[in-house]
Design a protein around this ligand. Structure first.
Ligand SMILES: Cc1ncc(COP(=O)(O)O)c(C=O)c1O
Length: 347
């Protein structure tokens, strides 16, 4: 059995989620979301986020981000984001190609956006020669495995709203963030002023599926279902995405998976911190550990474990855990890191 520390996308499907898919595999169901599984799953979202929210399921995170922002922006309007935002760095320009809008990336060493970063971009009255900032997009957990505090997000939302900007939260790992912050899903989103959320399922135990949650239906003025279809994110056999979300959002299952992933990262951090020649480079607040280590140690560890080198110049690696990472996997991996680093140091 292969164990990696590369990404929560390398994880299998959680057994309860797979059971829900199998249970949904009975008879016919009306397509495109007019089925009872979708109705139940949307009701679950309403339990967590309030009944005023509009929920649209999508296939993947890139598509969810496009549906979220594409429903709110016109082509001359732009999105301010940290320069490390997945939307900006890892989605092949899908946002720009699909919406015709620009991203306005701002430098941020820790992957977080701050009011001071946005201020200069909204300081001037709109001018026909320049795009008009219309939204900000943040990720929680961040691309560096960090967390925004509730206060930081509230402050950003207040500032954004004062300047007529929407706030999009890329929540590919919102469950990890909520679990780590010890709050409910709504306490770290809609209650803080987030306008639209890309809610991640795939990285937290699902086979495939994300959701776009608009917290005020008036915002997207009914555009979202059309944007989703044009963006090729409308599933005909919607029941199989919906059944997964129904299972994930039942009780505290979403939290149990995410809290476990986070706990495994904490365990890895503790084990790694004791190894000479390995330095943890960023706060471990969700399910990622970033570290620098001896360049020669990397291929030695990679002989047994797949993971990504995040920044080859240092070199800095990213190790990720997920709902199915076991304590024994973490310990064996940390031993492999220790072994490779000690051999490197001895040469
Ligand atoms: C923060 C974040 N947003 C969005 C995505 C995009 O997801 P997908 O690969 O499903 O399009 C990812 C995937 O890694 C991600 O980490």
């Amino acid at each position: 059995v292969l164990r990696t520390f590369a990404s929560d996308n390398n994880a299998p499907v959680a057994p309860e989620i797979m059971e829900a898919i199998v249970a949904a595999n009975v008879g016919d169901a009306v397509s495109y979301g007019a089925d009872s599984w979708t109705e139940r799953a949307v009701a679950r979202f309403h339990e967590h986020f309030g009944s005023a929210s509009d929920v649209l399921f999508a296939f993947n995170g890139t598509g969810a981000n496009i549906v979220a922002l594409g429903s709110l922006l016109r082509p001359h309007e732009a999105v301010i984001c940290p320069d490390s935002a997945h939307l900006q760095t890892d989605e092949c320009g899908a946002f720009e190609r699909f919406t015709g809008s620009k991203m306005l990336p701002v430098q941020s060493a820790d992957g977080k956006l701050r009011v001071a970063d946005i201020e200069p971009l909204v300081a001037h009255a709109p001018d026909q020669h320049h795009v008009v900032p219309r939204a900000i997009s943040i990720s929680n957990a961040t691309e560096f495995g960090g967390l925004y505090t509730l206060h930081e997000i509230r402050e950003l939302c207040e500032f954004a709203h004062r300047h007529g900007l929407f706030v999009h939260l890329d929540g590919a790992r919102i469950c990890n963030a909520a679990a780590a912050l010890g709050v409910s899903l709504r306490e770290c989103t809609v209650d803080l002023g987030i306008d639209v959320l890309s809610f991640g399922g795939t990285k937290n135990g699902m086979l495939a599926g994300e959701a776009v949650v608009f917290f005020d239906g008036a915002l997207h003025a009914a555009a979202a279902p059309f944007v989703r279809k044009q963006a090729m994110q409308l599933a005909s056999k919607m029941r199989f995405i919906a059944a997964q979300f129904d299972a994930l959002l039942t009780g505290d299952r979403w939290r149990a998976y995410a809290a476990h992933a986070n706990a495994m990262a904490q365990r890895l951090e503790r084990r790694i911190a004791a190894i000479p020649n390995v330095r943890i480079t960023r706060p471990v607040e969700a399910n990622a550990v970033f570290a620098t280590l001896d360049r020669d140690a990397i291929p030695a560890i990679q002989e047994r474990y797949f993971f990504y080198v995040f920044d080859d110049t240092l070199p800095e690696v990213r190790w990720m855990t997920h709902f199915a990472t076991r304590e024994a996997d973490v310990d064996a991996f940390a031993d492999a890191v220790a072994h490779a680093s000690t051999i490197g140091a001895a040469r």
